[in-house]
Design a protein around this ligand. Structure first.
Ligand code: SF4
Length: 352
């Protein structure tokens, strides 16, 4: 049976492969960037960012030579900023240690920043034609349905079984095509909700479909409740400039610039929170003025509602106590400072 599943999927791919820019010129650098951008992000979202990235950093040397600030600015809006920092760092390692050539050994690839087992296998199979199976969210879902996997897909036991299945289906010499075919099948036909089973090239061999269980597979772990935080941000302007602060390089939105502020504590109102945060972060006293908007955003592990206010410096000279840097930025230069989604919306508002 595995052979006919493999052949049917490959045959389907021959006439249904998606036209994607990294497939038109499949060099290792372009494939690597695409695979990193596609982590936790849909193809449609990635396409304009990919084009912008390739226009600005067409080669690994161009990426390696760029400053982190430039890299984060080009990535801005795509989220999960650690991926951009890792690409930049890995490019510098590849230039320094491998003469700018991306290594074709999955183990070496896996040792580079931001390249996990999946991305290493994707690069090795698609760019270097090595017989390496891949297991991303799409592939996992297709296999869990095809073989009616009855345990939660994120469990160790399921992961082991899925890697075995992906390996057993792999056609020697055509792993790159087969892996991409599975990804495309998962993205276009075997979708998370309401898969289009009648159009599927392997529906005759699909155990979940045969049993009418395609909507119950894969089995997912119960979602945990996502915490929600209320936060505040201060827009402090002076002489045509606004005070912004750079977040530490590691962690959420690392290296990006923001309007200072922070989380509202229990029993605290918005004004008190902002006055306290600014005192703790910048060692100055402010008065909280006109509201500038309420912004909602969902990150991977929590949600925030952010209240932005115009604020006035009452006393003290801002000192950097918790950020990597603080700067009085000219309003017409704010777009050269990479920012997360909410801070960019505030920046646009005060510049309009
Ligand atoms: Fe997915 Fe349906 Fe195809 Fe099975 S038959 S692999 S559930 S699309």
């Amino acid at each position: 049976m595995p052979l006919s599943i493999t052949n049917s999927i490959l045959e389907w791919y021959n006439s249904n492969a998606r036209c994607l820019p990294w497939r038109e010129q499949p060099d290792p650098y372009r494939i690597w960037v695409a695979e990193v951008m596609l982590q936790q992000t849909r193809v449609e979202t990635v396409l304009p960012y990919y084009q912008r990235w390739m226009d600005r950093f067409p080669t690994i040397i161009a990426l390696s030579d760029a400053s982190l600030q430039e890299v984060l600015t080009v990535w801005e809006g795509l989220g999960y900023y650690q991926r951009a920092r890792n690409l930049h760092q890995a490019a510098q390692i590849i230039v320094a240690k491998f003469e700018g050539e991306i290594p074709n050994d999955p183990k070496i690839l896996n040792s580079l920043p931001g390249i996990g087992k999946y991305t290493a296998a994707a690069i090795a199979s698609i760019a270097f034609d090595l017989d390496e199976p891949v297991l991303d969210g799409n592939v996992r879902r297709v296999l869990a349905r095809l073989f009616d996997l009855r345990i939660p897909v994120s469990s160790n036991q399921a992961q082991k079984r899925l890697w075995q299945l992906a390996t057993s289906l792999l056609p020697p010499g055509r792993a790159g095509d087969f892996n991409q075919a599975l990804m495309d099948l998962g993205a276009t036909i075997c979708t998370p909700r309401q898969p289009s089973c009648p159009k599927c090239p392997v529906n005759q061999m699909c155990q979940a479909f045969t049993l009418g269980l395609q909507n119950e597979r894969p089995i997912l772990k119960q979602r945990t409740v996502i915490p929600h935080y209320t936060v505040t941000a201060a827009v402090i302007q002076q002489n045509g400039c606004v005070l912004i602060a750079q977040r530490p390089p590691d962690g959420l939105l690392g290296g990006l610039w923001e309007f200072p502020g922070g989380k509202v504590q229990p029993e605290e109102d918005l004004d008190t929170c902002l006055e306290r945060e600014i005192r703790e972060e910048l060692d100055v006293k402010i008065s909280v003025g006109e509201p500038l908007g309420i912004h909602h955003h969902a990150y991977s592990h929590f949600k925030v509602t952010l209240h932005a206010f115009r604020c006035k410096l009452l006393s003290g000279e801002p000192r950097n106590l918790v950020h990597d840097a603080i700067v009085w930025a000219r309003l017409d230069k704010l777009d050269t400072f990479p920012m997360g989604k909410i801070d960019r919306q505030i920046a646009k508002k005060i510049c309009s």
